[in-house]
Write a protein that binds this ligand. Sequence first.
Ligand code: NAD
Length: 379
Amino acid sequence: MAMRRAAQQAIQALGSSVSQSRQLHATPGSKKIVGVFYKAGEYSEKNPNFVGCVERGLGIGDWLKSQGHQYIVTDDKEGPNCELEKHIPDMHVLITTPFHPAYVTAERIKKAKNLQLLLTAGIGSDHIDLKAAADAGLTVAEVTGSNVVSVAEDELMRILILVRNFVPGHQQVIRGEWDVAAISYRSYDLEGKTVGTIGAGRIGKLLLQRLKPFNCNLLYHDRLKMDAQLEQQIGAKFEEDLDAMLPKCDVIVINMPLTEKTKGLFNKERIAKCKKGVLIVNNARGAIMDTQAVADACASGHIAGYSGDVWNPQPAPKDHPWRYMPNQAMTPHTSGTTIDGQLRYAAGTKDMLDRYFKGEDFPPQNYIVKEGKLASQYQ
Ligand SMILES: NC(=O)c1ccc[n+]([C@@H]2O[C@H](COP(=O)([O-])OP(=O)(O)OC[C@H]3O[C@@H](n4cnc5c(N)ncnc54)[C@H](O)[C@@H]3O)[C@@H](O)[C@H]2O)c1
């Protein structure tokens, strides 16, 4: 597939209808690389390691230019007149983060005649139409493992925030109030509660390990069962049937990718299977949930608390129901973009670009689409 696309591009390059900019940038050695990141504005100068923003562009601009490549960075990613749209016809590589994702639709892929490589600076490539990318012979890769600790730590924080009913207490303080009862009537200890993770891959396992000292009853559901030794070490019990696990859990954490199979998994019916008063943490992807079903269940109290940093779409529009539903502790998409996480996914992105320029393979676990095939959990 990659060969076919390269051959098509060579034929197109010979044609006389190519635009001026394509002639300039589609030479064999020099590549046009576009990076879509969130804007940092006044914050960009506050920390030299804050590399994940437009202003720093992962800190790879000088390196790319020294190698003769063109590097365009922008946060302007939506609509027909956005900056990204201008570069789609002649870019070779698109880098984007899940925090401010450039949505790569089949239509955009069709327009991107020079495109070869889509890199996710982070984890989760669901912002890309992966089937269209595979059909076009594109490679999609992410920096697997780069921010899994960042997310697992954040999930642990969110669990505690929900269990202790932290947010309303904090809001009281800001409003000049003091009402212990309004918080305490539904504030609990985590010890002794049943916590289930749906997805126990890299992040799910790290979360389970971190939860072990809290003396909870730990469960996990996944397509794959861990080997017995690891399961024992982590101290979590496998639940093959998701619907059988849900009513057992006081706290549910979502740790699976957004795929055709997991999209809308938590609809009205599935939420109804959860214990009344369940707490849900979702740092995986917003679209795994049915947006309105979550808002309704938070309003009715069936979900007693919902916290996460992922939304559908991103940035979340001003009228997104999760901004206004009760019992929520939502934030913008921040958990995987700590400074430590940024340094790791910036280094991983640079490493893959270097390998791409040299014609070398990437670490195998990084591939999401390779030679027309999707990674197994996306199939
Ligand atoms: N909020 C953030 O900043 C942030 C950062 C990193 C990752 N993430 C999200 O977290 C997800 C998980 O990351 P990870 O590094 O742990 O990935 P991973 O690939 O290591 O683990 C994913 C797990 O989900 C399981 N799974 C996949 N499809 C399933 C299905 N249909 N049913 C049951 N189990 C299924 C897999 O078997 C695997 O064990 C990512 O895909 C991404 O969407 C979010």
